[in-house]
Design a protein around this ligand. Structure first.
Ligand SMILES: Nc1ncnc2c1ncn2[C@@H]1O[C@H](COP(=O)(O)OP(=O)(O)OP(=O)(O)O)[C@@H](O)[C@H]1O
Ligand SMILES: O=C(O)c1ccc[n+]([C@@H]2O[C@H](COP(=O)([O-])O)[C@@H](O)[C@H]2O)c1
Length: 203
């Protein structure tokens, strides 16, 4: 505690969100409850360098979908730090920028699913990440949740309600003319149709 003010506990939910779906929202909600977080900041990636071989929707479409999906929750917010920073998106930059906005005394909890946590040792400046943030790995159907070898005390693993939803499955369903109602928030179905996203996707 500094100057008598309680330390803010801030979750960071980073993702490509192409589109955002209920798996993302449940993970953020569960971690917020588990760690008594004051706020969860959703941070859409700018250029996800580990998805460079894939076509990704525009940053603005992914940002707007994230705003629409989180708008009804007073503890959820969305940051543009990654989409406004040129070049590939690295979480080390995300954490530094969020710290600059929210104050370096905020306690940061970076939220990942089991698949993302399994890749974390391949992230840029991985050793520096743990000095800035705690990491939370969430269960995800089809993936094994385990500590990939992070420094002791730097990662928590939590079980969350299993939602077998992925953005890629949502995209492919839209391209195939199949419904995505109830996999994503209603406003996201409407936004995808309004903007014609994913309809022309290669199978
Ligand atoms: N159903 C889910 N349950 C738990 N965590 C999830 C789920 N879907 C995504 N996540 C986590 O949310 C974060 C952002 O994921 P991302 O935006 O890449 O979605 P995705 O569904 O994995 O996308 P894609 O299918 O295009 O790879 C990652 O940490 C990922 O592990
Ligand atoms: O920092 C890195 O090198 C790095 C490499 C891959 C992914 N990430 C972050 O992990 C989060 C989930 O990414 P993704 O690709 O699964 O949507 C998102 O915030 C990414 O910016 C970060």
């Amino acid at each position: 505690m500094k100057n008598g003010a309680p330390t803010r506990r801030l979750g960071i939910m980073g993702g490509t969100f192409d589109p955002i779906h209920h798996g993302h929202l449940v993970a953020a909600s569960e971690v917020a409850h588990h760690f008594d977080l004051d706020e969860v900041v959703f941070v859409p990636t700018g250029q996800p360098w580990q998805k460079a071989d894939k076509t990704v929707s525009s940053s603005e479409d992914r940002y707007l979908m994230t705003v629409i999906a989180t708008a009804s929750n007073p503890r959820f917010s969305v940051s543009r730090v990654d989409i406004d920073r040129p070049g590939p998106t690295y979480t080390i930059d995300t954490l530094r920028d969020i710290s600059a906005v929210y104050g370096s005394e905020a306690d940061l909890y970076f939220i990942t699913g089991a698949d993302a946590l399994a890749q974390i040792l391949s992230w840029r400046d991985v050793d520096e990440l743990f000095a800035i943030s705690h990491f939370v790995g969430c269960t995800r159907p089809g993936h094994t949740l385990q500590d990939p070898g992070l420094p002791p005390g730097k990662v928590s693993l939590i079980e969350i309600p299993a939602l077998a939803i992925s953005s890629s499955e949502c995209r492919h369903r839209v391209a195939a003319g199949e419904p995505i109602w109830y996999l994503v928030p209603d406003g996201i179905v409407q936004y995808i149709n309004k903007r014609g996203l994913y309809h022309d996707l290669e199978p």
